[in-house]
Design a protein around this ligand. Sequence first.
Ligand code: F1P
Length: 344
Amino acid sequence: MPDYTYSEIRKQPATWREVLACLENEREKLLRFLSSRYEEVLFAGCGSSYNLALTAAHLWQKLARERAKGVPSSETFLFPEGIFLPEKEYLFFGISRSGETTETVKALTYFKEHFRGKAVGVTCQEGSSLAHLADYPLVLSSAAEQSVVMTQSFSSMLLALLFLAMKKGGVSTSGLGALPEVLEALLSRYETTVRDVATRKAFVKFIFLGSGPLYGIAWEGSLKLKEMSLTPTETFHFLEFRHGPKSIVDESTLLIALTSQPAFDMEKEVLLEMVHLGATVLHLGLKSLSSPKVVEILYDEKFVDPLFLPFLDVVFLQLLGYFRAKEKGLDPDNPKNLTKVVVL
Ligand code: F1P
């Protein structure tokens, strides 16, 4: 009997279809709310939801062409001087699957008490504290999950924020409808590839590399592997890895590399240099590295818009964490030391 974590990872195509349908139904109301005046956009969350905030901020600035930043919820009330300017008007997105994480609820409360602007609560939990506090509760109930680690909730809340960023920027969202079937085809083709890599015992060091919109996804993949399989991990922007951290690369190193379209050539150079130092690479991207020590999950550019990469990559990274946990005889449904919500 597969764990519910596995079934929730695998049902993301269907969940994404439901989420896209809900967003289309709510589109007018959402865009009316987002038409209110503001000068900067802030995304705040904890753990996976912070990784989501990092990714959403990059996509928002790129697509809506408004200044956007992703921060840990705790920073907004512990060090507000590094986050807010009192004279600015903000659009604040509080992101929380449960809608009950203490720091994110506190972040939204503190923002509304001390600074100017409107707050959106992005959650999967109807009636949660975050939903009640927000000026606009964006509730994705279809993405609620049993798994302690965030899987479909992460990708679905990110999909909602991508949808809004595209709408704000006047970018057509019609192509998003193809994303679920693209993932379904890729899962059929590459799930065994991920499982094979996850079960190789030779790897001791796991390093995630991602840049631009894929930096937050690299962090999320790193967190999934750590949470489910109790594996120490590290995460870097691609070219940052050369500036010191590469010193630890050897035959026991697995680099999980999320290449992009605009920076592929420079990202490829980093990876081939690390292969030369002894690393093995699990590469997810649009173009092949064509190297024997690189295991590849390749997306077909004919069907895969680069905006799909964060969503496709994160699902395979969820599976990497899941399969390595199972290989180690661990229970991904009950990860060690973790609870589904962190309430202080
Ligand atoms: C987020 C979170 C996850 C973490 C674990 C506990 O909660 O901290 O990031 O992986 O599952 O919950 P939420 O604020 O999104 O509900």
